[in-house]
Design a protein around this ligand. Sequence first.
Ligand code: DOR
Length: 436
Amino acid sequence: MASKKYDLVITGGRVIDPALGFGRDADVFIKNGAVSRIGAAGKSAGLLRSFDDDQIVDAAGKLVVPGLIDMHVHLREPGREDEETVISGCRAAAAGGFTSICCMPNTSPVMDNQETVKFVQDRAQNADARVYVVGAATKLIEGKELSEIGDLVKVGAVAITDDGHYIQNPELMRRALEYARMFDIPVMQHAEDQYLCNGVIMNESYQSARLGMVGAPSVAEEIAVLRDIALCRVANSRLHILHVTTKGAVDAIRQAKREGVNVTCEATPHHLVLTDDEIGKEFNTSLRVNPPLRSVRDREAVIEGLVDGTIDCIVSDHAPHSMEEKDCEFDQAPPGMIGLETTLGLVKTFIIDKGYLSWADVIRKMTINPARILNLPGGTLQEGSTADITIIDPDKKWTVKARDFRSLSKNSPFIGWKLSGRAYKTLLGGKVVFER
Ligand code: DOR
């Protein structure tokens, strides 16, 4: 006898919802694509008898959490559909446990106009994840003239950025912040001073000197962050610093938050796990990223910022590149690595298992924090909310294999790594869109 009251129940799992302060064994009941009720474990035994087998998702030994949100993803459509499409990127997202992703505007054409934003939104209609567009802050991401920000917001852009490029002109950045304030969206800044980063290949360090590569000094990030904090303060706006990588930047953001500046920031698993010591070993071109992998001291400072709450979110900065483009000398390779399918496992293995953060802390930085920063729906299992849910196999041991990636690109330096923790099932609006 099929339950009429509910469509589906996820039973036997440990439900963790930091937004609700909830963390215990419970059953999640779903009706019409929404969370209908979270019932105390064991109390639903009678009710469960009224469910058909296909209405029950067995989550024994698993974590049941709000659908993960990745606020920093590069899809390559339009322009480089050989590297990633909206559909393939969303398949990768679902396999990584993400139900919502925010895509960056450095496509071709650039997402600095309503048509391109609508095109991507249209492509995402039946995808395995929700896609939110971050519009370009300046036309063509050239840093010369602001985009029509109001137009972008009107069609659903959730923030603006020139990601990949720092908005070098402070007057333009000030106005971007002022416009963003009018629309209550943040400016997401790629904080690397372009003059200090001209022609750089990797972090400026002993390693860059040893390898003879032009280095990006960490101070380039620090002064970019300091300038933007000052501008954010006078504009009384909202600033989000993308992929923080240096001690100087973490310290500056920590201090600004103490002073009440409305600044938030994020970190990527690769900057939490890897340092520039890796590059000279094999010159693996997947290790070339912007901002670059930094020193041990910087990496430790980023972890510290994550632990003390200075860093609000964990993001993949999923940046697909083709084999042809990455199969070259290190200094010729385009920057970027994929990350949607490895983020959860890396964070579990290197942040949770090492004792830096609890599951609840990590889930907060991957659900409700990004949702609040970007005013996105979701990020919680509160009754009545859309049933975007990630079920995690918390101690699942697995090896990263190129052939398993749903992403069309394979540029990951983590291939061959043994990780612990992986998405087990991903539900979008109460429907299973991924299962292992
Ligand atoms: O490594 C990076 N790759 N950093 C960026 O900021 C851009 C991204 C890309 O689009 O490939």
